[in-house]
Design a protein around this ligand. Structure first.
Ligand code: MG
Length: 510
């Protein structure tokens, strides 16, 4: 099967149509220190979330701001070369990709003044630490002034970047190239009624349960760590190129194509949450690790977008990880390390993995109700950036929206507005990429089954075949194509929620 050969030629060679463009080669030389600055900044960011002592946040914010300013200087110095290179004919897709990605950075750094970049970096690094404490104490008041400052800075950022229609469009584009409110509204207007329909049928049908005794069962962290390690072996994670740590909010951070960091968390009960956090983050890591090695140190050695990135984590977490076949694979591991699992059949564990219930916490939500959490955040962000609501109104508005979309109301702000790290880090416009990830996951599931019998492949534990498919279709390309171009190439369509809805209907109701 041609698709799965492993000795593929490097992307750079594959795209070198006739001759390499000299100017683009020169740009790549000048890009190397920019890559190094990103590398340093990623490592500092990872450390904030894992090992940095609390008091380190002020100096870390200062250092991050200085690095961002150095990057600004370096990127803007490429302006003339990029302008000239754009005018050259006969560029390969690889070369066009390089120019496209740098132009996006250039656009940002030319329009957003150094003072604003510095303020954003410093405020968000400090606010992340304040948020962590506020969440622990469920104390919105201590976080509110920081959030006000962040919203103000994000509004300024949107104004500087410029936008058509709504200032939120400028922020969406930062995480998902060319994404607009129109796209997101189109997606949600099809997805929300579809999901409500599926959810009400699942609840009426009762084949899938809305709670499970294992959700209350406590586990030993050490034992669960072993479960996660063995699960990563199932996923064939290459041991020398990643490491796993613990953080409040699980995340993945790529330092280079040979060094990717993932985190998970241990809440002490309901082991499912730690297991699926691990699988989710490994999905991200697999993407980062399978970018073509020849793209290292270039602007293309990264994901096409956050939506595409999230499609990878979601694909492994849900489409693979929550299947009957994967349950069969992981069941012996669970029984080995978590003695209480022996009291439950494989089918009962599968039902525990797939409990469907409208709930308060996004990261613990099942795959049916998850996107309702995103629509809540999307509407709040749009209103905040559009100046329609004030930061002080947010907690009660949040609770109203939760009732509207999920039918549940938080009892305090820790299980409401304070649950996510994103706003404290300045990540406004980020949340919609989670739903895009779920949707693209559905598109992949629809497409991959034309080449692979997914159920059999997972049952046999041949997860390497799935990794190969994803590498050849998506990963190896890095950021060569924009997310919309990439989807059009692979699927012939963009952000189509129908495949996700079909998958859910089939899984839960067939
Ligand atoms: Mg993710």
């Amino acid at each position: 099967m041609g698709l799965f050969h492993t000795n593929y030629i490097g992307m750079r060679d594959a795209f070198a149509s006739m001759s390499k463009n000299q100017l683009v080669e020169q740009i790549l030389e000048s890009y190397k220190p920019i890559w190094a600055l990103d590398h340093a900044s990623s490592l500092l960011g990872w450390d904030v979330e894992t090992y940095m002592p609390l008091q380190g946040s002020r100096s870390r914010g200062f250092a991050q701001a200085q690095l961002a300013l150095m990057k600004q200087e370096r990127v803007t110095s490429l302006d003339g070369m990029i302008e000239r290179a754009t005018k050259e004919g006969g560029l390969s897709d690889y070369e066009k990709g390089i120019l496209r990605v740098i132009k996006r950075d250039l656009n940002y750094f030319k329009k957003v003044p150094p003072k604003l970049i510095e303020d954003l970096q410093r405020t968000s690094t400090e606010a992340t630490v304040v948020w962590r404490d506020a969440r622990k104490k469920s104390d919105y008041a201590t976080f509110q002034s920081y959030l006000e400052k962040i919203i103000e800075l994000k509004k300024q950022e949107a104004d500087k970047l410029g936008y058509v229609g709504h200032p939120y469009n400028a922020l969406l584009d930062m995480y998902e190239e060319e994404l607009t409110i129109n796209d997101v509204d189109r997606v949600f207007s099809a997805l929300v009624p579809g999901l409500k329909n599926v959810l009400s049928k699942i609840i009426a049908d009762k084949t899938y349960v809305s709670s499970h005794p294992l959700e209350a069962v406590e586990y030993e962290q050490q034992a669960m760590t072993r479960v996660n390690q063995e699960t990563m072996r199932l996923l064939k994670m290459p041991e020398k190129t990643f490491r796993m740590d613990i953080s409040t909010h699980p995340f993945t951070s790529s330092m280079s194509l040979e060094d990717v960091r993932v985190t998970t968390r241990y809440e002490g009960k309901s082991f499912r949450d730690s297991l699926y956090s691990t699988i989710h983050e490994c999905g991200h890591a697999i993407y980062d690790l399978q970018v073509d090695p020849s793209l290292e140190y270039t602007p293309l050695s990264r994901a096409a977008s956050l939506g595409i990135h999230e499609s990878q984590s979601r694909f492994w977490e849900n489409f693979v990880g929550r299947s009957r076949e994967f349950t069969k694979l992981v069941y012996p591991i669970l029984k080995k390390y978590l003695p209480f699992v022996s009291g439950y059949s494989e089918e009962e564990i599968y039902k525990y993995f797939n409990v469907v219930r409208p709930s308060l916490i996004r990261v613990e939500a099942d795959e049916v109700t998850y996107n309702f959490h995103i629509v809540v955040r999307y509407e709040m962000e749009k209103a905040l950036i559009g100046g329609k609501v004030s930061v002080s109104e947010i907690p009660s508005l949040w609770n109203d929206k939760m009732e509207e979309f999920l039918g549940v109301r938080p009892k305090n702000d820790a299980e409401g507005v304070l649950q996510d790290v994103h706003w404290s880090g300045g990540g406004m416009g980020y949340f919609p990429t989670y739903t895009l990830g779920n949707i693209i996951g559905g598109m992949i599931y629809n497409k991959i089954r034309k080449d692979l019998d997914i159920a059999k492949t997972v049952q046999r534990g041949e997860l390497g075949l799935i990794k190969n498919w994803l590498r050849e279709q998506i990963h190896k390309l890095g950021a060569t194509y924009s997310p919309k171009e990439l989807q059009t190439k692979i699927f012939g369509e963009t952000y189509n929620p129908e495949h996700l809805l079909e998958y859910l209907e089939h899984k839960y109701l067939a």
